[in-house]
Design a protein around this ligand. Structure first.
Ligand code: 5GP
Ligand code: MN
Length: 344
């Protein structure tokens, strides 16, 4: 169950919002629907004639989120560091959504911490780092968008259609279209309110989930057919995709979003791991391997992600990384899974 918003904290946040003139909204690397939805909802809520709001994401967001209202105004740090640094240096308020540690937003986080302006954090990840002046952190919440909804509603009734569309998108994507983390009946009261504000949920679903490229579809097919290994004794599946394989299918940001969840559709598979190799960036000799972990029920994967792959996350959804070849990552996986995966 989600915790109620602390009214006195909401008032503090509201005062910070009211006093600010140059707000920077930041969200996590590899922006997903909840990251973009929560950041853009704050953008629409805060933008006014007296207040300039800039949304910054560390790296590119998927094309299937490009239709979100004002997505075209979002600055991508990797592509436009100069403009992002200027906005961050000039900000008189930061709003951080859907991440729990400045390190999770890379260079943008370092720049943000150099600016002493107040920071408001709105997040649902475990164990947030204590860097914000006002913090709304609730790991029980389905999504950062759910907390944004509760916060904005505590400040005053939400009336904006744009805010509603952004929030609905995050609720929908972070719950896998209401198929996990979504048993809280209150969630459906939020959804009902957002629909009354004019959100067309069928259109949002269509815009996010039915706009794949043929390359993306074929990459998914290739990954499942050729690249998925199953370890039946451990109820575990592993998918790996090398940079060369991704190139063959003209991989773009977001093209393997959700892939890690698919092996969990197999009966008796309760753990799924997906490794994606990124080409080394100039100045970094070794490729980076991004690793996603998913599990079902009382089978934590965050300890595995944190102890072996420098990451962390939720009990059933975690991530990590390593620098090296994909074969080295697989080796590490093979050495470690008997320790972290339950056989029954
Ligand atoms: P994904 O597999 O979608 O990239 O990440 C799943 C979840 O794992 C995220 O929501 C986030 O909570 C967590 N996560 C992913 N990567 C990292 C990481 O490098 N460090 C930490 N602490 N958490 C991560
Ligand atoms: Mn989220």
């Amino acid at each position: 169950m989600t915790n109620p918003i602390d009214i006195s904290l909401a008032q503090q946040a509201a005062s910070l919002f009211a006093e600010a003139h140059r707000v920077v909204v930041l969200t996590h690397v590899g922006p997903d629907g909840d990251a973009m939805g929560s950041a853009l909802a704050m953008y629409h809520h805060l933008s006014s004639a007296e207040r300039q709001v800039t949304v910054i994401v560390p790296n590119e967001f998927p094309a299937f989120l490009g239709w979100l209202p004002a997505a075209d105004k979002v600055l991508v740090y990797e592509k436009n560091a100069e403009a992002c640094n200027a906005a961050i240096a000039n900000a008189d308020l930061f709003v951080c959504t859907d991440f729990n540690d400045p390190k999770r937003i890379h260079a943008a986080g370092e720049k943000m911490m150099e600016n002493k302006a107040p920071k408001v954090l709105i997040d649902h990840h475990l164990n947030p780092v204590d860097f914000a002046n006002v913090m709304f952190s609730d790991p029980q919440a389905s999504s950062a968008c759910e907390i944004v909804y509760r916060l904005l509603s505590a400040i005053g009734p939400i009336q904006s259609h744009d805010v509603a569309v952004c929030l609905y998108t995050g609720l929908m994507t972070d719950t896998g279209n209401f198929s996990f983390n979504s048993n809280n009946p209150d969630l459906y009261e939020i959804v009902a309110h957002l629909l009354r504000l004019g959100v067309n949920k069928d259109a949002v679903y269509n815009a996010v989930f039915n706009q794949y490229s043929s390359d993306r579809m074929r990459l998914t097919g290739f990954a499942l057919y050729r690249k998925m290994r199953i370890f039946p004794e451990y109820h575990l599946a592993l998918i790996t995709l090398s940079a060369d394989e991704l190139d063959q299918y003209h991989y773009k940001a977001g093209d393997t979003e959700g892939l890690v969840n698919m092996p969990l559709q197999i009966a008796d598979v309760y753990y799924s791991v997906y490794m994606r190799e990124e080409r080394p960036k100039p100045g970094t000799p070794r490729p980076r391997i991004r690793i996603s972990f998913r599990s079902q029920g009382d089978r934590p994967v965050n300890i595995w992600a944190s102890e072996v792959f420098h990451g962390g996350g939720h009990m059933n959804a975690s991530g990590g990384e390593m620098f090296g070849t994909i074969n080295q990552a697989v080796q590490l996986f093979e050495q470690s899974y008997p320790k972290y995966v339950k056989k029954d």
